[in-house]
Design a binder for this molecule. Structure first.
Ligand SMILES: Cc1cc2nc3c(=O)[nH]c(=O)nc-3n(C[C@H](O)[C@H](O)[C@H](O)COP(=O)(O)O)c2cc1C
Length: 184
């Protein structure tokens, strides 16, 4: 079987991630795959931020502040938010900075960044690591966007948690005919 197809067919998200994370050299490989995402008019709307080590704790404090300022919120929820960035040894925050372009609407630029994230997930799997793409309320919180210098028009597209899987989940089997129609 073609190894690339096999890799794609077997990719699963891994929510439980531990050390080690990809090395600096491996990260360079992973980002070089992100840069090969299809991108209408080659606008390069993506920005990637690598969060690791103590920067995860600093981000956790930002998440906790968002939870605290979000109205009635239990200490347990604030702690949960503080600990979110510690769920893996490394996180990539994927940002879309859409440009005004008469031919390329914002949605296409978001899709280009999404394709970059998926390329990264496949590269991460191929190197023997795991990842999970998350968003949630923190992706839209102005405080979090400020922490990564995201513009008013920009969007956080993904918190990509990366590390070594503690356990690789089972892959769900989908009934292809339900989703794929042939028109001959
Ligand atoms: C744009 C986007 C945002 C997502 N946000 C979350 C999230 O916040 N929390 C979560 O548990 N899964 C989230 N997911 C789904 C997981 O990344 C994953 O795809 C899902 O758990 C299914 O697992 P699988 O990829 O192994 O099929 C998101 C996926 C996408 C594409």
């Amino acid at each position: 079987m073609n190894p690339v197809i096999k890799l794609i067919q077997n990719r699963v998200s891994c929510p439980r991630l531990t050390q080690p994370a990809p090395s600096e050299g491996e990260l360079t490989e992973i980002f070089s795959c992100a840069m090969r995402a299809p991108d209408h008019a080659r606008l390069r709307p993506w920005r990637y931020h690598v969060v690791q080590g103590q920067a995860r704790e600093a981000l956790g404090e930002v998440f906790a502040q968002v939870a605290r300022e979000g109205g009635e919120c239990s200490e347990a929820k604030i702690d949960k938010c503080r600990n979110m960035p510690l769920r893996s040894p490394l996180m990539v925050v994927a940002v879309c900075e859409p440009q005004t372009n008469s031919k390329v609407p914002e949605i296409e630029q978001l899709l280009a960044v999404g394709a970059g994230v998926q390329n990264m997930q496949l590269a991460i799997s191929s190197l023997g690591y795991g990842s999970v793409w998350r968003t949630g309320e923190m992706a839209h919180a102005p405080l979090v966007k400020d922490a990564f210098n995201v513009s008013d028009q920009g969007h956080i597209v993904a918190f990509l948690y990366i590390g070594t899987p503690e356990k690789v989940p089972n892959k769900p089997e989908l009934e292809m005919a339900k989703y794929v129609k042939l028109w001959n």
